[in-house]
Design a protein around this ligand. Structure first.
Ligand SMILES: [Zn+2]
Ligand SMILES: [Zn+2]
Length: 973
């Protein structure tokens, strides 16, 4: 016997039933379930339903309620539905006067099956009774209720599991090209055996190119190679690598070794679940430790197969040798080559062969037999040969070194003698000349240099003697001129040598100077380096100081434009040179930026002043009695504008502002109205007016010109009307694509209940369930997308006061504080009304004056909502190409470019330096949103079952089974 206490909802339903049946039962709100009876316990009479006998009667029953055995119904949906079932069953049997159930027995059975699905109980309702079966065994109603109550606990547990079984974000399972340097790691056989991460991945002697942790390898046999999608087409995967720290997969491009670093890469970053699912999927078919083939394009393999096919026909069915055997033969031949030609091989060749074979061995190309043959016989020989070559080379270089030393010593000796040359006797000199000519150690050039010096000394002595002998020399002088000329040359040469010696020294000094100031060349700015070289050449003591000043100077020049970049540059310089003045420099840069902003502010202020002066002019004219009406109006308008302008003035100091202000600052055209009208008409006629952005830019252009407002305003109005028409058309088209009707249509479960003549309570409940589930999925997704942004975007954008992230989960759980989402409320109110039922905002770029979110850009999963100068509009994300930073007359601004080349300007309050980054990260984010698989759409999610399954993680479409064959996602429906 089971005692149940009804909650408010159950009380309402069953009290209404009692009323409908017009029976005199005063229900206590307690149910008693006994075998096939459901009893509504009354104070005097009770109402009894029997599922076996079809009877619904009142009677006096005396069952004392055991308070401690009383089960609360509360939020147990299945229990409620199982109780509600009573109404349909007895309604169908006609036992309840006033309640008629139109549904067929079959339909009702289907509905009940759905309700009891979770406890695997099959109902069988027919004209005579309602029975229940579990695994072929009949249960009574009491058993069923008992199972439902027990299932409640399981359900709670399941809920927790479901909490953990997060769906994660979608991944495009397409391997991307990447190039890395792959480093080797020493891994012993023991380590290889002990370190397996499961799924047939085992430790391998390579390091992760990103984090330098050891990688794991998986190798497939030829028959089991899986096909993967890459940027370059489909590839048969012979082997793959993974880093379980980075959660990335790698593999070599076709016909390449992994060691070469020409790779494909598949990253899962921090989505551990997706990473592990894929690993399991890859591991499922691996069965071998080696495969002599490289990765191969599917197209190449197909072609090869066809050729093989035709060859086979011509070869009269003689099978060609299998590629495995060919490979083994090839490596064996290579080893034979080592054996035979070892003596003739260079070190380079030895290393090359070893490198290639070792890489292939590491990457599992060879059978264990081949590996051991190489390791035991061939490799030691190669290594020995390399050692021999090295020793020989060492011997050779040792000999050379000795010779060099000897020569240096000899040179020192002669250098010493040259210094005292003038003091040597003629005989000693003669002896030295003799020695020099017999010299074997010195190079001929070196010898000649000494001989030249000696010759010089000889001449000097001759001259000296000649001077002593007076005229005697003069006579012979003419004959000797040539000789003397020659010696002059020699003299010059030696002087030159001295100089170059000196230069060498000074060069050396220069170099050390460079070292002191840091190798500034490396900072990259060639001009700056040139300057520094000049300074160095002057070799002044304050060289160092000057360099610093120079650096500062150049930064001063650039400071206005890209202060940040320069600070980064300086960081680099500091790192290398140890200049400690960076803070000063930073200050200078800051100051310069401030100056610049001041200046800009100043200009605006100035213009404002000028403008005021203009107004005074106008008011002066206003006193003139002969003023025409239109002039008066214009003046009034301008005055009003002026007031507004003054109100805005505060903003100009902190924000360098936009085009509109610029136009407002200009004087209006004073020419006759008719002339202006004519001109505008012509202008508008000639302008291109194909699409929306043509119209908006036309309006902007008109704004920029100085026409009188009364002339330009009506034209603008007309153009805006046209824009509105275009927008309406666009919206209509999109609504046709994604209308609420089609949404409801696909809402299969929802619809089924809607059409049934069920009690509203039951209907509402089922719908609530679906809605709750969908809302949860979408909230989860929104949270994950924001987490993704937080991973991908630079810090300065994430913390910018103008950028807001929607606290989806906290809002769903009623935990969010108003200040966390009020910007979004304003955005939704002013320019971003949600277009579909479960649409959630993700990110808001606030561009409103009040900083309250009432203008700007709001991105949801499917749309970008934009508040422009004139009105708000939205673009479906699927139509967007990119976000671009465009330089215009009035500064740079962000534009959103659609795939059909339409473009719209975005209002954005971020500083200029950050716009380029923002454009890039926004584009990447929007492109990611475009990859969203169809399975993530509400109408897909709302369906309980699908003919063709679209994977929730990767979007791959397939027919049967919960597990996606492409990414390994496990719970597809
Ligand atoms: Zn890694
Ligand atoms: Zn998938």
């Amino acid at each position: 016997m089971i005692f149940l206490k009804a909650d408010r909802e159950m009380e309402l339903i069953f009290n209404r039933l009692i009323k409908t049946m017009k029976v005199s039962v005063e229900w206590t709100g307690n149910f008693v379930i006994l075998e096939d009876y459901l009893i509504l316990l009354g104070r005097v009479r009770s109402l009894l339903f029997n599922f076996e006998s079809r009877k619904a009667v009142t009677n006096i029953v005396d069952i004392p309620i055991k308070e401690d055995a009383l089960v609360m119904i509360e939020e147990n949906g299945m229990l409620k539905n199982t109780l509600n079932m009573t109404l349909y069953v007895f309604g169908k049997w006609g036992s309840i006067s006033g309640l008629r159930v139109e549904k067929q027995y079959g339909q009702l059975n289907e509905l009940f099956t759905g309700i009891l699905n979770d406890i695997s109980v099959k109902p069988d309702l027919n004209e005579t009774n309602l029975r229940f079966y579990k695994e072929g065994i009949r249960l009574n109603y009491e058993d069923v209720i008992q199972l439902v109550i027990e299932a409640k606990h399981d359900e709670e547990a399941l809920d927790e599991i479901a909490q953990e079984e997060k769906i994660g974000l979608w991944h495009n399972v397409c391997w991307k090209k990447a190039a890395y340097e792959i480093l080797r790691a020493e891994v012993t056989k023991e380590e290889r055996k002990q370190n397996r991460i499961g799924n047939h991945f085992s430790l391998v002697g390579y390091l992760c190119p990103v984090c330098q942790k050891k990688l794991y390898q998986i190798v497939y046999s030829y028959e089991h190679e899986p096909l993967i999608d890459t940027e370059e087409g489909r590839v048969f995967l012979a082997r793959a690598y993974t880093c379980n720290q980075c959660q990335s997969y790698y593999t070599a491009r076709p016909q390449k070794l992994f060691a070469e670093g020409d790779l494909y890469e598949l990253e899962y970053h921090d989505d551990t679940k997706a990473y592990e699912d894929y690993q399991e999927l890859l591991g499922a078919n691996a069965d071998l430790d080696y495969n002599c083939r490289f990765n191969e394009f599917e197209a190449d393999r197909k072609r090869a197969k066809q050729e093989e096919g035709t060859n086979q026909e011509t070869n009269d069915g003689v099978n060609p040798e299998p590629i495995e055997e060919i490979a083994e033969v090839a490596v064996n031949q290579l080893m034979d080559h080592i054996e035979a030609d070892l003596e003739r091989m260079s070190e380079e060749e030895c290393n090359e062969i070893d490198e290639r074979i070792s890489s292939k061995m590491e990457e599992g190309f060879y059978s264990p037999k081949t590996v051991s043959r190489y390791e035991q016989y061939a490799k030691p020989k190669l290594m020995l040969r390399i050692r021999q070559i090295k020793k020989e080379e060492e011997r050779k270089s040792e000999k050379e070194r000795k010779q060099r030393e000897e020569r240096e010593n000899r040179k020192l000796k002669y250098d010493g003698k040259m210094k005292v040359l003038s003091r040597l006797s003629d005989f000693q000199i003669k002896e030295m000349v003799q020695n020099l000519s017999d010299e074997k150690i010195l190079e001929p050039v070196e010898k000649q240099a000494y001989l030249d010096l000696i010759e010089q000394e000889k001449l000097r002595r001759q001259k000296e003697r000649a001077e002593k002998n007076g005229d005697k020399f003069k006579e012979s002088n003419t004959e000797k001129t040539d000789d003397i000329n020659k010696t002059d040359n020699q003299k010059e040469k030696s002087e030159h040598k001295e100089k170059s010696d000196h230069k060498e020294k000074s060069d050396h000094k220069e170099k050390s100077d460079h070292k002191e100031t840091g190798d500034i060349k490396e900072t990259g700015d060639i001009k700056e380096t040139d300057g520094i070289k000049e300074n160095n050449n002057q070799k002044e003591k304050n060289n160092k100081e000057r360099n610093v000043i120079k650096e500062k100077g150049s930064i001063k020049e650039k400071g206005d434009l890209k202060g940040k970049g320069n600070i980064r540059e300086l960081d680099g310089i500091k790192g290398r040179s140890g200049i400690e003045e960076r803070d000063d420099i930073k200050e200078t840069v800051k100051k310069n930026r401030a100056d610049h902003i001041d200046k800009t502010g100043g200009t605006i202020k100035q213009t404002v002043e000028e403008r005021k002066a203009g107004t005074i002019d106008h008011s002066a004219r206003e006193t003139n009695a002969e003023q025409t009406d239109s002039e008066k109006r214009t003046a009034q308008k301008i005055q009003a504008e002026e007031r507004e302008f003054q109100n805005r003035e505060v903003n100009y100091n902190d924000i360098k502002k936009s085009e509109i202000n610029e136009t407002m600052m200009r004087q209006r055209d004073n020419r006759p109205i008719e002339v202006q009208k004519h001109e505008i008409a012509g202008y508008v006629n000639r302008a291109r007016k194909n699409n929306r952005s043509d119209y908006t830019s036309l309006i902007e252009e008109l704004e920029e010109k100085n026409y009188a407002q009364e002339v330009v305003d009506p034209v603008k109005e007309k153009l805006k009307e046209r824009i509105a028409q275009l927008d309406q058309k666009e919206i209509d088209e999109i609504c046709a694509e994604i209308s609420d009707e089609s949404f409801a249509e696909s809402y299969e479960a929802y619809e089924k209940i809607e059409q049934g003549d069920f009690l509203p309570e039951l209907k509402k409940d089922a719908m609530d369930q679906i809605e709750k589930r969908l809302r949860k999925i979408k909230t989860e997704e929104c949270e994950l997308l924001i987490k993704k942004i937080r991973n991908d975007w630079p810090e300065e954008l994430q913390t910018h006061p103008r950028i807001h992230f929607y606290p989806a989960r906290r809002v769903l759980q009623n935990e969010a504080e108003p200040e966390e989402y009020e910007h979004f409320q304003q955005a939704v109110k002013h320019f971003a009304p949600p277009r579909t039922k479960f649409e959630l905002p993700i990110i808001l770029l606030d561009a409103s004056k009040k900083e309250d979110g009432s203008a700007g850009i709001l991105i949801t999963e499917d749309y970008v909502y934009i508040s422009a100068t004139f009105e708000a509009f939205m673009i479906p994300i699927i139509k967007i190409d990119c976000v671009e930073l465009k330089k215009g007359l009035l500064g740079s601004s962000l534009w959103i470019i659609q795939k059909d080349k339409n473009s719209n300007k975005l209002r954005c309050m971020l500083p200029k330096e950050e716009l380029a980054t923002l454009a890039q990260v926004l584009t990447e984010f929007l492109q990611y949103l475009q990859e969203k698989p169809e399975s993530r759409k509400i109408d897909y999610l709302a369906k309980a079952k699908h003919e063709i399954i679209c994977c929730l993680r990767c979007g791959y479409k397939y027919k049967d089974g919960q597990i996606c064959p492409k990414c390994g996602y496990k719970i597809n429906l």
